[in-house]
Design a protein around this ligand. Structure first.
Ligand SMILES: [Zn+2]
Length: 57
């Protein structure tokens, strides 16, 4: 009885209409990392401006 789909990427069980967000999450994390790196380059120091990042800079 397979009333669910299995994500081929991460193996998560999904409802028939559910789309796995593992790829989206990976993409977001990658973007966040790039943003953080760019921020570090700009300020030339390791600062964690999480509130700034979440504001959608
Ligand atoms: Zn997945």
């Amino acid at each position: 009885m397979a009333f669910y789909n299995v994500c081929p990427k991460c193996g998560a069980n999904l409802d028939p209409n559910e789309r796995c967000d593992c790829e989206e999450t990976a993409e977001k994390e990658k973007k966040a990392r790039d943003q953080l790196l760019a921020m570090e380059k700009g300020t030339n120091q390791l600062t964690f401006n999480w509130s700034l990042g979440k504001a959608g800079l």
